[in-house]
Design a protein around this ligand. Structure first.
Ligand code: FES
Length: 144
């Protein structure tokens, strides 16, 4: 069991460091991940595994407004696909992309804790619920 405890501790340390980088840089630079691996004496792939596991961490720079559309089952049952397509249509980007002006990035995420008001999405720290294509248009205009 000591090996499991050590691995858990390393994972927690990696996560804390990556969260700090995410807050500081807006993403996790590759050289930062390499430094974390070296300082904790673990492989770069382990650090990369943590960085890519959590949807709130990203390995590439994102736009000023990060749109996270919920793709979990309750939102899917309330037509989250329509929300994704509305955002795609308004901004002309697909999930994983950033607008050329750097204002918006679109990602898909798991539950954002608003299942009772699905479909839902977040833009940065704000949650938007009971979404319709019309609401999407208004919300995005306010962010521009
Ligand atoms: S499933 Fe979408 S907010 Fe919970």
């Amino acid at each position: 069991m000591p090996e499991v405890k050590k691995k858990t501790k390393e994972h927690e340390s990696v996560l804390v460091l990556l969260q700090e980088a995410q807050e500081k840089f807006g993403y996790i630079p590759e050289d930062f991940m390499a430094n974390v691996a070296r300082s904790l004496d673990i492989s770069l792939s382990e650090v990369f595994g943590v960085a890519t596991f959590y949807s709130f961490l990203t390995c590439k720079p994102l736009g000023r407004n990060v749109i996270r559309v919920c793709k979990s089952l309750p939102c899917c049952l309330k037509d989250a696909q329509m929300i994704i397509e509305s955002v795609e249509s308004e901004l002309r980007i697909k999930p994983g992309e950033t607008t050329t002006d750097g204002k918006f990035s679109l990602t898909l995420t798991n539950c954002v804790g608003a299942c009772d008001k699905a479909p839902a999405m977040m833009i940065n720290d704000d949650t938007y619920t009971d979404l319709t294509p019309g609401k999407i248009s208004q919300i995005l205009k306010k962010c521009k």
